[in-house]
Every structure is written in structure tokens, then in C-alpha cells.
Design a binder for this molecule. Structure first.
Ligand code: PAF
Length: 283
């Protein structure tokens, strides 16, 4: 696997692959890789001849500077993991490469109606930072496909909308959420949990499944279902941020009669803010 930290070297390799008529799939990450990321790399390998993974902890998307400095940087281990799944190239730019003119005057992309709800409310500016860095990385890498995990469902829809609104020539592919045996969605943030909290954290997924089950049985009192789940998470030791039943395509509040739904949760447990979601398609 090639490891590249300069834009010129990246462009040169991409151009060579293009000349050789190779298709390219891209998996953007912030490093601290786990099985969930590796499953996205495998998905990317199914789509294209060559796979590029970026590892860049993007300062622009951290609303909390302590969170940014505490974010685990594990590049050596990340590279080993990417080698183990035969990724073709890892791009590891520094902040100076991504933001050569600094961040204060950086042109910023806002994706309206996707940036200000759910996680956007709790993390002001976060989604502008995500959209901006992803657009920049797309322009740097110039891949045919990019794979984003469904665990960050709001981020996935935000990127899809940005790509559509700005006519960016790339196809966005969703990668399934990779779960621990107890159902806990894999996340870099799980490492902030101790063993007992990891067991408790399984309740997030259990709550999502229980809501889905009730919806499928015809329960349409969305508010009551959400409230019940919030209460049950509180009782398990979480500080819930939201449990919401939304329309799957635009994340607006679901109403009676809506069929394609997404149930989303965000909650704090100890030092970790965890998120998860599942699809619910009513007949
Ligand atoms: O999901 C992530 O890890 C990040 O938000 C992303 C998409 C790599 C942008 O920094």
C-alpha cells in the first residue's frame, strides 16, 4: 500500500490510474480505524479497481476543542489495518495541506436543512466542517465512488445532498453499520467506555429495535414511542440527547402514513457521545 501525504503525489498516482482506465473508490476517515471502517474499505473494493483511504482529523468539524485534542491519533496502527485489507493508497495530509490558507477565511459549505437538526443542534458548525472537508477531499482525490457508513446517517444524507446540489461527479455509496456481538455500533468513541459501559451501551440498539418492532405492529404514536425510549435510556444510565422517528429520505419529522422511516438516537454514556440508527420500512 502506498502512503502519501502530499497533494501532488496523490494527483500523480490518481492520474496514472485514470490513464490505465482504473476506477477509483474513496473512503474518507479520521483514523482510529476499527472493523467498521475496514468493512467500508471492503465495500469500496467491490465497487472499483483501486481504493484510496484518507486519514485526516479535521479540525473544522470539532465544535469542542477539547474533543479535538483528545481525539485518538493512531496512524501506525491504522496503516497496518489498511494493509491487512489490501487498500491501495492511504492519504494522510496535514492541516496545512488541507487548509493552506488557514481555517479562518476558509470557504465553508452549508447544506441547508440537513445541518441544523438532530446532531446539528447539539454540535453547532459540525456539519459545515464535515461538508467542507469532504468537498475538498473529493476535489483532491477525484474518485468515482465514495463510501460512507450508515452509522452516521445524517452525515450520509448531508453528503448526498451536497453532491447533488453542487453537481459533484461522484457516486455516494452507503456502507452498513458494523456491530459488536451485543449490537453496539462500532465507533471510535466506544473506546471511551469501560467494560461495564460497553454492556450498558447495547441498550441503544435494543431501544431502536423495540421501537421498530412497535411501529411494524401498527403503533403510530411516534411521540409516545420516543418518550418511552428516552425514559428507558435514562434508567439504563444514559443521558439521552434525542430518540427520533424521522422520514428516511430528508430526516423531517415522521407523520402518520409515512412509510420509509429512520429511527435515530444520540446519547451520552460516561465520557462518550454515542449515536446509532436503523431503518424501518412499513408496508
Ligand atoms: O465520518 C467521519 O469520520 C468524518 O466526519 C469524515 C467523513 C471523514 C470527514 O472528516
Amino acid at each position: 500500500m502506498q502512503s502519501v501525504d502530499q497533494l501532488d503525489a496523490l494527483r500523480e498516482q490518481v492520474q496514472q490510474w485514470r490513464d490505465d482506465k482504473r476506477s477509483i473508490a474513496f473512503v474518507p476517515t479520521m483514523g482510529n480505524l476499527h472493523q467498521g471502517h475496514l468493512s467500508l474499505v471492503r465495500r469500496a473494493q467491490e465497487l472499483a479497481d483501486k481504493v484510496i483511504v484518507s486519514v485526516f482529523v479535521n479540525p473544522l468539524q470539532f465544535d469542542d476543542k477539547n474533543d479535538l485534542s483528545a481525539y485518538p491519533r493512531t496512524l501506525v496502527a491504522d496503516i497496518e489495518k489498511l494493509e491487512s485489507v489490501a487498500s491501495d493508497l492511504v492519504f494522510t495530509p496535514t492541516a496545512d495541506t488541507v487548509y493552506p490558507n488557514g481555517m479562518d477565511e476558509q470557504t465553508v459549505i452549508t447544506v441547508p436543512s440537513m445541518d441544523n437538526k438532530l446532531c446539528g443542534q447539539a454540535r453547532p458548525g459540525h456539519f459545515d466542517g464535515v461538508a467542507t472537508v469532504v468537498a475538498k477531499l473529493f476535489n483532491m482525490v477525484q474518485a468515482d465512488f465514495a463510501v460512507f457508513g450508515e452509522k452516521d446517517y445524517q452525515q450520509l444524507l448531508l453528503i448526498r445532498k451536497m453532491v447533488s446540489d453542487l453537481n459533484i461527479p461522484i457516486t455516494i455509496i452507503a456502507g452498513e453499520t458494523y456491530r459488536e456481538k451485543n449490537g453496539l455500533a462500532m465507533s471510535s468513541r466506544n473506546q471511551y467506555l469501560n467494560a461495564k459501559q460497553r454492556d450498558i451501551a447495547a441498550a441503544l440498539y435494543q431501544n431502536l429495535l423495540s421501537i421498530k418492532n412497535k411501529l411494524e405492529q401498527g403503533d403510530e404514536d411516534f411521540l409516545a414511542l420516543e418518550k418511552y425510549a428516552v425514559k428507558s435510556l435514562h434508567e439504563s444510565g444514559f443521558v439521552p440527547d434525542y430518540v427520533d422517528i424521522r422520514r428516511a429520505d430528508d430526516l423531517e419529522r415522521a407523520e402518520k402514513g409515512d412509510k420509509s422511516l429512520r429511527i435515530l438516537v444520540a446519547a451520552r454514556l460516561g465520557n462518550a457521545r454515542l449515536i446509532d440508527n436503523i431503518a424501518c420500512n412499513l408496508a
